[in-house]
Write a protein that binds this ligand. Structure first.
Ligand code: NAP
Length: 335
C-alpha cells in the first residue's frame, strides 16, 4: 500500500470509536492530528499509537466559539476533518449544559472554524448516531424501519427531560445543524454522517483499569451476572467498532459517499444471545453465568432499519456478533 499524503484531523481522539479510527488511518498511511481535552490525555495517546504520524492538539471546550481556530490554523496540511467528540452519557448533572449544548453548539462552532480558518478542508465526516433517526420509542421498537431518511422528532424541551432523551436530542439537533450549515453556508467541504447503532467490540488498546464506554459496557455487564440471576431485559441492534472506524474512512475516501447519511447496523441481539455466544466460545464461563434459556420471544437477526446507503455504498463485510462479543469478553478477562 502506498503512503497517503493526506492529513486527517479527528476531534475526541481519546474516544472508544476514535481510537480505532486513528489506528486504521495510521495503518493506511494517513497522518493524524487528534484533539483532546488535556495534555496528559494527548501524551497518553502518543504512547499508545507510538507513530510519528500521530500528533495532538488540546481543545479544552467544544462549545466555545472559535475553540478549534488555533489548532486548525496550525495545521494547514489537514484536508479531512472527522468530528467525533460528543458527550456519550445518559447521566448528567444538567442535561442541557452537559449533553445538549456541547453536542449541538460544538458541532456548529467546529464547522464555522473549518469554514473560516481551513478552507483547504474538503471533506467532513460527522459521527452521528441511529438515535438521530427516530424517537427513543421508535429506536427501541424492533419493527422500526426508519433510518437514513428519517429524523427523531423530540423537541428541544422534551430532550431536556431526562438523560436518555438528552442524548437522542443532542445527536439529532447536532446532525441537523451540520446539514443545515452545509446548505446555508456553502463551505468548501462536503459532509457525510455515520449513524451507528450500539457499538460493541474490543477497546483499541486494553487498559484493565479504564471504565468501558457506555455501549461496550453492555457486553461487559454480562460478566457481572451470577448463575441464579435472571437475564436482564436487554435488546437492541449492534455494530462492531472496527466496522464503524472503517465506515468513517470510506465516508471521506469515497466520492459517492459525499452528502450521504450512513446507518451502520449489523444485527439485533438480546441478553440470551450474548450469554449463548459467550459460553459457546469461552466454556469456562458456563458455570459462572445464568443459563441462556429461550423465552421463545426473540428479536435477533437482521434489523429492519433502513441502512441502504451503508450497505450499497460502503458495502462493508460486517464483523459478526459472535466475533465481536467473544473478542470483547476475552479482552476484559485479559485472555
Ligand atoms: P467515548 O469513548 O465516550 O468518546 C467520546 C469522546 O468525546 C471522547 O474523546 C471525549 O473526551 C469526547 N467528549 C465528550 N464530551 C465532550 C465535551 N463536552 N467536550 C469535548 N470533548 C468531549 O464514546 P464513543 O462511543 O467513542 O463515541 C464517539 C462518537 O460516536 C460520539 O459522537 C457518539 O455520539 C457516537 N456514537 C457512539 C455510539 C456507541 O454505541 N458507542 C453509537 C452511535 C454513535 P474525553 O475522553 O476527554 O472525555
Amino acid at each position: 500500500m502506498t503512503a497517503s499524503p493526506t492529513t486527517v484531523f479527528i476531534s475526541g481522539a481519546t474516544g472508544f470509536i476514535a481510537q480505532h479510527i486513528i489506528t486504521q488511518l495510521l495503518t493506511k498511511g494517513y497522518s493524524v492530528v487528534g484533539s483532546v481535552r488535556s495534555t496528559e490525555k494527548g501524551e497518553s495517546l502518543v504512547k499508545i499509537f507510538n507513530n510519528p504520524k500521530f500528533t495532538f492538539e488540546v481543545v479544552k471546550v467544544l462549545e466555545k466559539e472559535g475553540a478549534f481556530d488555533e489548532a486548525l490554523k496550525k495545521h494547514s496540511e489537514v484536508t479531512v476533518f472527522l468530528h467525533s467528540a460528543s458527550p456519550v452519557t445518559f447521566n448528567a448533572e444538567d442535561n442541557e449544559r452537559d449533553i445538549l449544548i456541547p453536542a449541538i453548539e460544538g458541532t456548529k462552532y467546529v464547522l464555522k472554524s473549518i469554514k473560516e480558518h481551513a478552507p483547504q478542508i474538503t471533506r467532513v465526516v460527522y459521527t452521528s448516531s441511529v438515535v438521530a433517526t427516530g424517537t427513543p420509542q421508535e429506536i427501541s421498537d424492533p419493527n422500526f424501519n426508519g433510518g437514513e431518511t428519517t429524523w427523531g422528532s423530540l423537541t428541544y424541551d422534551q430532550s431536556k427531560e431526562n438523560g436518555f432523551a438528552a442524548y437522542f436530542g443532542s445527536k439529532t439537533f447536532a446532525e441537523k445543524a451540520a446539514w443545515n450549515f452545509v446548505e446555508t453556508e456553502k463551505p468548501n467541504f462536503t459532509l457525510s454522517t455515520v449513524n451507528p447503532v450500539y457499538v460493541f467490540g474490543p477497546q483499541n488498546y486494553h487498559n484493565g483499569e479504564k471504565e468501558l464506554n457506555a455501549s461496550a459496557q453492555m457486553v461487559g455487564n454480562i460478566l457481572k451476572l451470577k448463575p441464579d440471576d435472571a437475564l436482564p431485559q436487554l435488546t437492541g441492534t449492534f455494530i462492531d467498532v472496527r466496522d464503524v472506524a472503517k465506515a468513517h474512512i470510506l465516508a471521506f475516501e469515497t466520492e459517492k459517499a459525499q452528502g450521504k447519511r450512513f446507518v451502520l447496523s449489523n444485527s439485533r441481539f438480546d441478553a440470551e444471545e450474548l450469554v449463548e455466544v459467550i459460553t459457546k466460545n469461552i466454556p469456562e464461563l458456563k458455570q459462572k453465568l445464568p443459563a441462556a434459556k429461550s423465552t421463545g420471544d426473540r428479536a435477533t437477526g437482521r434489523s429492519l432499519l433502513d441502512d441502504s446507503n451503508a450497505r450499497s455504498i460502503l458495502a462493508i463485510d460486517y464483523i459478526s456478533l459472535e466475533q465481536s462479543v467473544t473478542e470483547s469478553i476475552k479482552q476484559i478477562l485479559g485472555n
